[in-house]
Design a protein around this ligand. Structure first.
Ligand SMILES: Cc1cc2nc3c(=O)[nH]c(=O)nc-3n(C[C@H](O)[C@H](O)[C@H](O)COP(=O)(O)O)c2cc1C
Length: 219
């Protein structure tokens, strides 16, 4: 810490925080605090699930603002932020957007009509540096970026007691028309948002075994 101080890249607050954390460590409290915050995030991850039933309760403006902030602060390749978040909460327009996620034959997204809000994540053009990097590395960074932004949105919503469901099956042309999205843009995802009924159960997560999705030091 003395070295860092000498190099002048550390503020008074950092020094103060260092002393406080060292003090907590001395008294064995630091590990408790760490354990607590890790637990909380795991609980939030488990609490987030796709909600496919909604009450008519409207979403408070303050909560919408927090969700917008979660997307706003989301990371992206080269900090490109290649997204535009459209909050659709005007009831008639929202219903029309919801109806563009299902048809008579493919109706699994019918629940979208119940949600009082639908968020639409449009993929914007990435910064030139991200475009060059992506094409050199054969990667479509904006798709990752939009996924991370969507995850921020859904986890923030869960923390606020709200339900979400990401929707990747929709009539893109129709939604572009409804929301006046330029023809050349691509819609990444829709996210339904609202309150789940009180008796809506937290489901057991169905996932592949950990051994199948994670390796240590090799594939
Ligand atoms: C990119 C993407 C697209 C999805 N599209 C749909 C969809 O169109 N309709 C739907 O009901 N769920 C959709 N889902 C939700 C997934 O089915 C769900 O996340 C998955 O089954 C895991 O369940 P959980 O979210 O409850 O943990 C989508 C999820 C993602 C990430």
């Amino acid at each position: 810490m003395v070295d860092e101080l000498l190099f002048g890249n550390i503020s008074f607050c950092d020094v103060l925080r260092g002393f406080i954390l060292n003090g907590l460590k001395e008294f064995g409290l630091f590990s408790q605090i760490n354990k607590f915050s890790t637990m909380e995030f795991q609980e939030l991850i488990k609490k987030r699930q796709s909600v496919r039933k909604y009450t008519s309760q409207l979403v408070e403006k303050g909560k919408i603002e927090k969700l917008i902030s979660a997307v706003h602060l989301s990371p992206s390749a080269c900090n490109s932020q290649p997204w535009k978040l459209i909050i659709v909460d005007e009831p008639e327009l929202k219903n029309q957007v919801a109806k563009a996620t299902f048809s008579k034959t493919i109706a699994f997204n019918k629940f979208a009509v119940e949600a009082p809000v639908i968020a639409v994540l449009v993929i914007e053009k990435a910064k030139l540096i991200a475009q060059i990097g992506g094409s050199l590395k054969n990667q479509e960074y904006p798709y990752y970026d939009i996924g991370i932004a969507a995850a921020h949105f859904c986890l923030q919503a869960a923390e606020l007691g709200l339900g979400t469901c990401m929707i990747g099956w929709f009539d893109e042309k129709r939604i572009k028309q409804l929301l006046k999205i330029p023809e050349k843009r691509k819609i990444g995802l829709l996210i339904t948002l609202g309150y789940a009924p009180e008796d809506y159960k937290l489901r057991q997560k169905i996932r592949k075994p950990v051994s199948e999705i994670c390796g240590f030091n090799k594939y």
